[in-house]
Design a protein around this ligand. Structure first.
Ligand SMILES: [Zn+2]
Ligand SMILES: [Zn+2]
Length: 276
C-alpha cells in the first residue's frame, strides 16, 4: 500500500518551490537593475536619474527587508493556489492545446488589464487617509525608491497585492505559461517604476500610443508626492479619473532635458580640465 505524502511535506515542498521562483525573479530583475544603475554603471547612467540625489544605504536595506517579507507572503499565496488547483477549484489548465493560441494571448491580456484595474483601485483605497498610516505608509517610506523597493510593502498590503493571482485563476481559464508572461511583465514594470532612472525617450508621455503606458518617472513622482499617479502598467485609470500629477509630462521632459544637458557637460569636461 502506498503511503500518502504528509500534508506538511506537500506544504513545505510547494512553499520552497514558490519562494525560490519568486525570490529568483526579484533578485534577477532588481539585482541586475541595481548593479547596472547604482554600482557598475553609476557614472554612465547618472544623467538619467530622475531625482538627482542617491538614497542612503539604510533605505535600501529597509526596502530589501520588506520585499523579502512580501516574497514569503507571495509564496504562501502560491501554496494556496497550488492546493486549490489539486482539489480542482481553479481554472488552471496544463495542456496548452486545451485552448487555442488566440485564447492564450487573450488570457495574458485579460490578466494584465484586470490586474491594472485591481492595482489602481486597491492602491487608491490604501491611500485613503483612515488606513494609509497603518498599511501603505511603509511603501512610501521610500521617497526616492531603488529597484529593491518593488515589493517593499506592509505584510497586509502584500496580501492585498497577492490576492489578484487566486482571484484570476478562480475566474479565468489560464495556462501557467500565461501566468509566467504576466509575472515577468509585472516584475519588470515594478522594478522599472522603482528604479529611480528614466530611459524612455522624450515625447513618450505625449505620444498618441505611448502616453497610455506608464513610465518610471510616473511612479517615481508617486513616491515623491504620494497624492497622484496611482496606476501600475497603463496610464489609463489615472487619465480617466484625473489623478495624473498635473506636472507629469512637464517633469518627464525636464528629466530628459537634464539628461541632455549633463551629457553636454560631460563631453565638454575634458576641454575645460585641459584649459584649467
Ligand atoms: Zn512604489
Ligand atoms: Zn502609493
Amino acid at each position: 500500500m502506498l503511503l500518502e505524502t504528509p500534508v506538511w511535506q506537500k506544504f513545505l515542498h510547494d512553499f520552497l518551490q514558490d519562494f525560490t521562483a519568486e525570490t529568483t525573479r526579484y533578485f534577477l530583475f532588481a539585482g541586475i537593475t541595481f548593479l547596472a544603475f547604482y554600482v557598475l554603471g553609476k557614472k554612465i547612467f547618472a544623467r538619467f536619474k530622475i531625482q538627482q540625489k542617491f538614497p542612503a544605504t539604510k533605505h535600501i536595506w529597509r526596502e530589501l527587508r520588506y520585499s523579502l517579507l512580501s516574497l514569503v507572503i507571495f509564496a504562501l499565496n502560491g501554496v494556496f493556489v497550488f492546493t486549490c488547483y489539486r482539489h480542482g477549484y481553479t481554472k488552471l489548465y496544463l495542456n496548452i492545446h486545451a485552448h487555442s493560441w488566440a485564447y492564450f494571448a487573450f488570457s495574458v491580456l485579460v490578466f494584465i488589464v484586470a490586474h491594472d484595474f485591481y492595482f489602481y483601485w486597491t492602491h487608491r483605497f490604501m491611500h485613503w487617509k483612515k488606513i494609509y498610516p497603518y498599511v501603505h505608509k511603509i511603501h512610501h517610506l521610500s521617497h526616492d525608491p531603488t529597484p529593491w523597493a518593488a515589493y517593499a510593502f506592509h505584510p497586509f498590503e502584500a496580501v492585498i497585492q497577492a490576492a489578484i493571482f487566486p482571484i484570476m485563476v478562480f475566474i479565468l481559464p489560464v495556462h501557467p505559461l500565461a501566468i509566467l508572461i504576466w509575472g515577468l511583465y509585472q516584475a519588470g514594470l515594478n522594478v522599472m517604476g522603482h528604479s529611480g532612472f528614466e530611459l524612455f525617450p522624450s515625447g513618450f508621455t505625449s505620444g498618441t500610443i505611448t502616453k497610455w503606458h506608464n513610465s518610471s518617472t510616473h511612479h517615481n513622482m508617486h513616491h515623491k508626492y504620494a497624492t497622484s499617479n496611482y496606476g501600475l502598467y497603463f496610464n489609463f485609470w489615472d487619465r480617466i479619473m484625473g489623478t495624473n500629477h498635473p506636472k507629469y509630462t512637464e517633469t518627464f521632459e525636464q528629466v530628459k532635458e537634464q539628461a541632455k544637458n549633463l551629457r553636454k557637460e560631460e563631453t565638454t569636461k575634458p576641454e575645460r580640465v585641459y584649459q584649467a
